[in-house]
Write a protein that binds this ligand. Sequence first.
Ligand code: OAD
Length: 248
Amino acid sequence: MVTEALTQAAALLAGARRIAVLTGAGVSAESGVPTFRGSGGLWEGRPVEEVASPQGFLADPLRVWRFYEERRRKLVGVRPNPGHDVLARWQGCFEEYHLITQNVDGLHQLAGADRVLELHGNIWRVRCLACGRERDDRTVPFPELPPRCAACGGLERPGVVWFGEFLPQDVLQIASQAAEEAEVLVVVGTSAVVYPAAGLVEVTARHGGKVIEVNPDPSALAHVATVQLRGPSGDVLPRLAALMGKPA
Ligand code: OAD
């Protein structure tokens, strides 16, 4: 069904040259990846600081690795959904296009997106705490937990950003500039409560850009949105793309 909101969003996108997209866990929900908040979410009943903070890791690296190993295991064989597909194809459709994600699952890339701005790292990346060596490793399960650096024997950690840590500054800088310059920012499947990622929505709005929210439920920043598209992104984004005349 074509709603008034969908038509309005399509018109905004069709008339824009500089587009940015910010995604969160919801964009991967239809691929079968659990979100963080809400019932059945990864954080439900779990003290976040135990498994997603530097202190939690130093206190018990094995517990933290078991948590990430379980998430890695669940991602094996998971495929991008039609929402990821649309966001990947849009990279050829606009003069400037930035795909910014809080997700660590790598599904945007699997859908064909390149130059994805990963604000929170990637779950398939591993970093040595001693020598800083980073590597991509899709081994599941690791032969030994916690994994050790082949170069120096140091303790390795997941290559994701934890609570209390800085985001990769180069990535954040490009994302911030993209949000500032975007004529339209499409915010997909995020509760918009974790900063500085959520702040990008406010940056676009402050600089006069329009915000389109795609989410079955209103996020914490829904009030900033010019258009709210209520529904799962795997359904809404293909319909939006079809209406814009851009590939779906
Ligand atoms: P959340 O779990 O906080 O929010 C998921 C959002 O997706 C909610 O607003 C849902 O309504 C929405 N949603 C659910 N199903 C959807 C669907 N099919 N289509 C579209 N939207 C859907 O996840 P994030 O906002 O990504 O950070 O969380 C932000 C950060 O908090 C994560 O990157 C992670 C987490 O703690 C770190 O670990 C540092």
